[in-house]
Structure formats: structure tokens, C-alpha cells
Design a protein around this ligand. Structure first.
Ligand code: FMN
Length: 243
């Protein structure tokens, strides 16, 4: 870190005029309350598992398909999800490192959105699964106390099919994944499940899943788990909230 950080908010220079925004307090409205309550959780109860039903809701309403339409009046199909996607392509595929889910064997799974199925691709012992979580998140211990890590991978070739000559093509794939993560975090908030983003070791994960990262690579990770309501050490900084 180099000296003090730039200010936490920014004022543009050379402004012509300013006008105060005019908003009502929405903090008591259910939807806005949900938005305001979203936060990163790092204190997980390592002795509790999340339910398969909650995991299924998270999958279906974040990554799942809720409709189809034909693209360009052809037999090419576009799918409807709860998040938007650049070019209507939805090139993101989600893989799950399952550690603590009721009725689910520890392992690495792919969510097959066409069939609404979890396909097991690697089986782990419990100890192996939690060690992989720590390793994949660059040694961040708390991730190994959570229930599931979601690895968002992009099928670049699907995106590049349309954006072959566009220099923004790669960044669009990351923007897609970021939209999906926020959707997932809002659902977690609704279900009272803790959620987090963490740095990852991309190549370790790609090797583990068996991906060729020039075709399909990991772009982001989102995790979730059962919140530890009485942690001995609080890992989450408290914000002074306005409402
Ligand atoms: C791209 C990105 C990377 C992040 N990486 C980490 C990380 O490696 N470890 C971690 O504990 N939190 C990580 N976070 C979580 C942020 O620290 C957190 O969002 C921030 O402190 C604000 O807190 P809030 O999410 O509760 O609003 C990351 C968040 C984002 C969006």
C-alpha cells in the first residue's frame, strides 16, 4: 500500500451544476431490505450442513434456465436466466465443490442446466474436500468451513462465436459471471445462508475439473454456507449503516 488510499467517494472536477437526488427511505420494504442486508460472511458453522433443497433453489434461481427463445429466427436457442448475459449467450457453466450438504457426497459436481441435474465428476473424502477449498482459495482458511464453493467457468468458444472480432469479448465473460454472483448472494440473503467471494488459484481448479483454459476457464468463485451465529472471533468487519 502506498500512502493513504484515494478518498472513499469521488467528486468530478469541472462540474456545471449539482442537484440533490430525491429518494424515499425504502429500508422497510422487503426487497430493499434484502438488498441492504446482503453482506460477505466469513464465519461459518463447520458442524452444520446446508440442506439439499436450499442448494437446489440457489442453483435453479441463479444458474438455472427459466425459458428459451430462438435466436435470429433460426434453430439456435437462447436461454432465459435471472441474470442478464452479454449477447444473450450465457456461456457460464457452474461447478460445485461440495463439502457440507445434507444427502450429498463430498465431491466436485457440474450443474447440468438442461436436465436440472448435478453430475458428480470427482469424489472426495470430507478431509480432501475441505483441504481443496483452502487450496483453491489461496489458503483462506474460512472457506473450508463453508458448505459449497461455486466455480463459475466460461465456455469462451460460445462467447467468441459471436464476439470474435470484439476486443471486449473476454471482459464480457467476467461481467456475466459477476452478475450471476450478485444474484446468488441476494438469494442467499433471502434464505439466511452466508455467502462470500474469494480470490482463487485458477489453474489448480481448472486442472482439478479437467478444463482446457484456452477453451473453458474459471473466471470467478462464489461460496456459501451455514452462518455461525456465535463466532469466537468475528471475521466480518461491521459497517456503520445509515439505516
Ligand atoms: C472481486 C472480489 C474479490 C474478493 N476477494 C476476497 C477474498 O479473497 N477474500 C475475502 O475474504 N473477501 C473477498 N472479497 C469480499 C470483499 O472483501 C467484500 O465484498 C468487502 O469487504 C465488502 O463487504 P460486503 O461484501 O459485506 O459489503 C472479494 C470481493 C470481490 C467483489
Amino acid at each position: 500500500m502506498d500512502g493513504r488510499p484515494p478518498l472513499h467517494y469521488h467528486e468530478h472536477s469541472n462540474i456545471i451544476s449539482s442537484i440533490k437526488i430525491d429518494y424515499e427511505d425504502k429500508s422497510q420494504d422487503d426487497f430493499f431490505k434484502l438488498l441492504l442486508n446482503r453482506k460477505t460472511t466469513r464465519n461459518f458453522d463447520k458442524n452444520k450442513k446446508m440442506s439439499f433443497k436450499d442448494l437446489s433453489i440457489l442453483l435453479k434461481y441463479t444458474y438455472g434456465i427459466h425459458g428459451t427463445r430462438s435466436l435470429y429466427d433460426s434453430d439456435i436457442v437462447s436461454v432465459k436466466k435471472t441474470s442478464p448475459s452479454g449477447g444473450d449467450l450465457h456461456p457460464t457453466e457452474v461447478y460445485l465443490l461440495v463439502m457440507r450438504v445434507e444427502g450429498l457426497k463430498e465431491g466436485m459436481y457440474h450443474y447440468n442446466t438442461g436436465k436440472d441435474e448435478l453430475s458428480l465428476i470427482k469424489e472426495y473424502s470430507f478431509d480432501e474436500a475441505v483441504e481443496k477449498a483452502r487450496l483453491f482459495s489461496a489458503g483462506q482458511e474460512y472457506t473450508s468451513f463453508s458448505s459449497v464453493m461455486f466455480f463459475l467457468t466460461t465456455r469462451y468458444y460460445r462467447n467468441y462465436w459471436k464476439y470474435r472480432k470484439n476486443s471486449a469479448a473476454y471482459s464480457v465473460t467476467i461481467r456475466d459471471a459477476a452478475h450471476l454472483c450478485q444474484t446468488m448472494y441476494l438469494i442467499c440473503t433471502k434464505l439466511n445462508i452466508g455467502c462470500y467471494t474469494a480470490a482463487i488459484n485458477h489453474s489448480n481448479i481448472e486442472d482439478e475439473i479437467g478444463l482446457n483454459p484456452f477453451k473453458q476457464g474459471v473466471v470467478m468463485m462464489a461460496g456459501c454456507g451455514v452462518i455461525d451465529e456465535n463466532p469466537t472471533i468475528l471475521l466480518e468487519p461491521k459497517f456503520n449503516k445509515f439505516n
